[in-house]
Design a protein around this ligand. Structure first.
Ligand SMILES: Cc1cc2nc3c(=O)[nH]c(=O)nc-3n(C[C@H](O)[C@H](O)[C@H](O)COP(=O)(O)OP(=O)(O)OC[C@H]3O[C@@H](n4cnc5c(N)ncnc54)[C@H](O)[C@@H]3O)c2cc1C
Length: 389
């Protein structure tokens, strides 16, 4: 505990959720340290061109907007209903927040937390022994030149996201034969095929694997690319047995998300979309013939062997949370809530949903409110309430 008896909070990861959590901790008067292995909100640059399907008002908090307006009353923020791209969101909201007065000096960029343990706990100690209350957390921190040091904290908020551990393409979640070796040539997630990667994909045959919104975004963008580059050909592979690629949520309140699903689902039935759709496809082998030499992809479709030779493969099959950092703690694979079996250790943000890609920033903001109410033992605490933006 810090001198005043207040718990010292360590926030690991300065993504959108880590930044909001640090801001909340500061507003609650708690001592807080933030670590990011890269730059603040760095992961958003991996999908910088993508337009958020949540409007700006739902992606931000009253505390965040209040902080920015207090620093600069003339600041122009997007309207609550606007849909900005990830880059616009980072540059216009998250980066200024990271530099704002409450967080200034608290964020240690290029500092990775390598491991978290608990002081005094060993192989033979019983973590539930009431005579041995848990000691503070010990965080092994690695700085930019590899220099290591040990920090301590009473509460740890793990906001590290999932983007560092993409899922494998192979059946059963294991790598397909040859996939690990092919990885350097096999882009993951929402590749910017209409922007910086345009030349690599125009007039090429492309396999896209995945049945979520990321796959849908890439497929729609490739279809748009094919309008001007008619030799572009898309082979969309999914594991499930749905007749259409994406489920439409009944009365989806996020209109842009629903529009994306509808647009993607319409492509396999259009005769001019330069696209074939193969559900029920399980992959066995993904062999890269060399940089820019193409791929051989084999598997089974509805039980029958299939093989494709294509120029490019994009893996949009989601991510999983790696547990390596906290393997000394009682932290299981997250399944949608921030609480863990380890008192004082919380998993927030995209990581808290584990393999479920349905996380939205507003879920993270809700988690922040609940976790700090629990940490401070004040069930009604809500520092967002009454904050005029
Ligand atoms: C393509 C795409 C579109 C999305 N669209 C929306 C949308 O429209 N609306 C919405 O609400 N949500 C959307 N999401 C979901 C979610 O809001 C984002 O993934 C968001 O970035 C999650 O924020 P985060 O802070 O939990 O994690 P991240 O943004 O992934 O941030 C994690 C941070 O932790 C750091 N880090 C990782 N490991 C360590 C370590 N060991 N030590 C120190 N630092 C570390 C990373 O460098 C990174 O900065 C989308 C996600 C994707 C991928």
């Amino acid at each position: 505990m810090a001198k005043a008896g207040l718990p010292r909070v360590a926030v690991i990861g300065a993504g959108p959720v880590g930044l909001e959590a640090a801001l909340y901790a500061h507003a609650a008067g708690l001592p807080v340290a933030v670590y990011d292995r890269g730059q603040a909100a760095e992961h958003l640059l991996r999908w910088a061109h993508v337009r958020l399907f949540t409007p700006f008002g739902l992606s931000t908090t009253p505390l965040g907007r209040h902080t920015l307006f207090r620093a600069d009353p003339k600041r122009q923020l997007p309207a609550d209903a606007d849909h900005v791209t990830a880059k616009e969101f980072r540059d216009g909201y998250l980066a200024p927040l990271a530099e704002s007065e409450p967080l200034r000096g608290l964020i240690q960029v290029q500092h990775a937390v390598v491991a978290v343990g608990r002081s005094g706990r060993g192989k033979k100690t019983d973590p539930d022994d009431p005579k041995r209350p848990p000691g503070p957390f010990r965080l092994l921190v690695r700085g930019p030149n590899g220099a290591e040091r040990m920090d301590t904290a009473d509460v740890v908020l793990d906001c590290t996201g999932v983007l560092d551990a993409p899922n494998w393409l192979g059946d059963g979640g294991v790598p397909a034969v040859g996939e690990a070796a092919a990885r350097p040539n096999l882009p993951v997630g929402v590749v910017d095929v209409l922007g910086e990667a345009r030349q690599r994909f125009a007039d090429r045959s492309v396999i896209v694997v995945g049945d979520g919104y990321s796959a849908a975004t890439v497929v729609c963008d490739l279809a748009a690319l094919a309008d001007g580059h008619p030799a572009t050909w898309v082979i969309w592979l999914t594991r499930g047995q749905r007749t259409q690629p994406l489920p439409r949520l009944a009365n989806d309140p996020l209109r842009e998300r629903d529009r994306l699903a509808a647009r993607a689902n319409s492509l396999p039935t259009r005769c001019d979309a330069n696209l074939e759709f193969h559900p029920l496809t399980l992959l066995h082998e993904v062999v890269c013939h060399g940089p820019d030499q193409g791929f051989r992809v084999t598997g089974r479709r509805a039980g029958r062997p299939v093989v494709w030779e294509v120029d490019r493969v994009i893996a949009a099959v989601g991510y999983r949370p790696s547990l390596a950092m906290c393997e000394q703690l009682r932290v299981d694979e997250p399944v949608g809530k921030p609480e863990t079996r380890e008192p004082g250790y919380f998993v927030l943000g995209a990581r808290s949903f584990g393999r479920d890609s349905g996380f939205l920033l507003r879920d993270g903001h809700d988690q922040i409110r609940r976790v700090f109410a629990a940490v401070l033992g004040k069930p009604g605490l809500d520092l967002y309430a009454g904050k005029a933006a």
